[in-house]
Design a protein around this ligand. Structure first.
Ligand SMILES: Nc1ncnc2c1ncn2[C@@H]1O[C@H](COP(=O)(O)OP(=O)(O)OP(=O)(O)O)[C@@H](O)[C@H]1O
Ligand SMILES: [Mg+2]
Length: 284
């Protein structure tokens, strides 16, 4: 097909040989199937900042490190340079996270780099070579659901062990290949140690997945993996080998008023954000 303008620089550099077809046009990005030598890969083109939506929210950016203090100041000020820098760090956040997670043994697409706002990565396929389906497009047996839930919980655990929380994990951002679930779509990945919303985001991610698999295996619905993982993480005891049970006993210590208020505030923000998302989805 005709080469999209944004992919042209990668063709000029010899990183991409051919653009085979469009795969998906999402809210945040357009995804294409491309050929690089003998390999069929996936190219994700990020849309410009103005066309993007809620994921830009401040809560995701908190704690994201900028390697250079002039940059950090420019980002804070929101100057033109700052906006460009923010854009770059946004785009690099996904490729950085993919490299770290692939290395940590999490099932994610293998990244090959991000060039001029285009992320090149492995195309996830099923056993017949077709593009892998998203979880929300398939129906599972109880056994499959239980097995895949375990696999996703283990991956969330491995992610947390390297300090990353997905931040937008749901059946829309998990593909299924012949070996099981593969996690995608990480530009909003959150730094678990530096972000005050980390615990809440972990819970939301885990609960989304548990709710999804719980449709096929209702016994999962009472599990408490997020709380269990967070308690271990917070006390420095979480490692990739930690055996999780999905059970967690809430502390019976007297409530700490300040943290209760913070929770309420956070829940309110989340609700606002959810409404915003629905509004955006309705506007198309
Ligand atoms: N590595 C991959 N292999 C196969 N398919 C992929 C891959 N990456 C993305 N896709 C497909 O492209 C879609 C969009 O990708 P992704 O979720 O990363 O972008 P997005 O713009 O943030 O999407 P959305 O706003 O719909 O969540 C995915 O739902 C999936 O169907
Ligand atoms: Mg997505």
């Amino acid at each position: 097909m005709k080469i999209p303008k944004r992919i042209q620089p990668l063709v000029d550099e010899g990183l991409v040989d051919e653009v085979l077809r469009p795969l998906m046009s999402g809210k945040e990005a357009d995804v294409y199937v491309v050929r690089c030598g003998d390999d069929v890969r996936c190219a994700k083109i990020y849309k410009e900042a103005e066309k993007r939506s809620f994921k830009q929210a401040v809560q995701y950016r908190e704690g994201r490190k900028s390697r250079n203090s002039r940059r950090a100041r420019a980002m804070e000020k929101g100057s033109k340079f700052g906006r460009n820098e923010q854009e770059n760090s946004w785009q690099n956040a996904e490729v950085d996270a993919l490299f770290r997670l692939a290395y940590a043994g999490v099932r994610v697409p293998q990244p090959y780099g991000c060039f001029d706002g285009v992320l090149l990565m492995e195309l996830i396929t099923d056993d017949q070579g077709y593009v892998a389906p998203r979880l929300n497009d398939i129906i599972l047996t109880r056994e499959q659901a239980l097995e895949q839930h375990q696999s996703v919980m283990k991956d969330v655990q491995r992610m947390l062990c390297v300090g990353i929380i997905h931040g937008d994990l749901s059946e829309f951002n998990v593909l299924l290949d012949s070996k099981g679930p593969v996690i995608i779509d990480l530009p909003q990945a959150v730094d678990a140690a530096a972000n005050n919303n980390a615990k809440r985001m972990l819970e939301r991610d885990v609960n989304n997945m548990t709710r999804y698999y719980g449709q096929f295996a209702p016994e999962l619905l009472t599990s408490k993996y997020a709380k269990e993982m967070w308690a271990l993480f917070e006390s420095g005891k979480l490692n990739p080998e930690s055996e999780l049970t999905g059970e967690f006993k809430e502390s019976t210590k007297a409530a700490d008023v300040e943290s209760v208020l913070a929770e309420i505030e956070a829940a309110f923000d989340e609700e606002q954000e959810r409404k915003e998302r629905i509004r955006e989805a309705e506007e198309g």
